[in-house]
Design a protein around this ligand. Structure first.
Ligand SMILES: [Zn+2]
Ligand SMILES: [Zn+2]
Ligand SMILES: [Zn+2]
Length: 261
């Protein structure tokens, strides 16, 4: 049994390929669309309800690709464009099809931003600011929002179903209390934005730092996501997979990757 958890998108701001870019990662993704990456987000399908985590600017395309025809809840981890830019994609689904608002859980500090950016979505969502440490129970799974370490108020999600998994796409290490709560998780899905020099060591990680984080909390399995692939040194998925051969418990996320939790 367990709940189906799908990675809808697995990259940072630009997307892979990026329309303006011809680096080796973008060339690889153009030649083999399996390695194309949309902006980060995930979906839980409990069999009863569908719960989105983040609404990337690629949301509509992601929902089509995963054949998801309904959305019941949306958790936004933080108010960065690559994580909320697709919210408006739900407007006509709610107005024409669902005819009932979707519950939108926002970072408390983003409630005013939401109202400013999306005044036309007032009737589409019922807003509830999420709370750190609070657990939200759904059929077969519980979500707990825990503090990440990022440039603005950011939640990571601890998922507890038949297994425990942690979804932290934007974080530089973890605050100590969060690290304690994540000890021994079955799967850590985490920020591995950079290859090479980490431009934002207080907000993101490179893939070596992500692996070290997984080891430090004794995660059984670490999945690298939010992969820029372009920076600071462009790298192809084939090259990165070659480097990961030395790490038995580490895998590279890809769009459409499914985990059962
Ligand atoms: Zn991000
Ligand atoms: Zn590129
Ligand atoms: Zn961010």
């Amino acid at each position: 049994m367990g709940v189906k958890f799908t990675l809808m998108g697995t990259t940072a701001g630009l997307g892979v390929p990026a329309f303006h870019c011809n680096c080796i990662a973008c060339r690889e993704a153009r030649a083999d669309p399996f390695w194309a990456r949309t902006r980060s987000g995930a979906v839980l399908e409990t069999g009863k309800e569908n719960i989105l985590i983040d609404a990337s600017p690629d949301l509509s395309k992601q929902l089509l690709r995963e054949r998801i025809q309904s959305v019941d809840y949306l958790f936004v981890t933080h108010w960065h464009y690559d994580h909320f830019g697709g919210i408006g994609d739900l407007e006509y689904y709610v107005k024409l099809e669902r005819k009932w608002p979707v519950a939108l859980f926002l970072p408390p500090s983003a409630v005013d931003d939401f109202a400013k950016v999306y005044p036309f979505l007032e009737e589409v969502f019922v807003i509830e600011p999420w709370e750190f440490g609070k657990s939200y129970a759904f059929e077969g799974i519980e979500l707990t929002v825990l503090p990440a370490r990022h440039s603005i108020e950011t939640g990571g999600i601890l998922l507890a179903g038949s297994k425990r998994a942690a979804y932290f796409t934007d974080t530089a290490g973890l605050p100590a209390p969060t690290a304690r709560q994540l000890q021994g998780v079955d799967t850590l899905i985490c920020d591995a934005t950079f290859n090479g020099a980490n431009w934002f060591p207080h907000s993101h990680m490179n893939w070596q730092e992500a692996i070290a984080l997984g080891e430090s909390i004794r995660a059984q399995h670490t999945v690298l996501t939010h992969l820029a692939m372009h920076y600071s040194t462009p790298i192809t998925a084939a090259q990165l997979q070659e480097k990961l051969k030395d790490y038995a418990q580490v895998s590279l996320a890809y769009d459409g990757m499914v985990l059962t939790i």
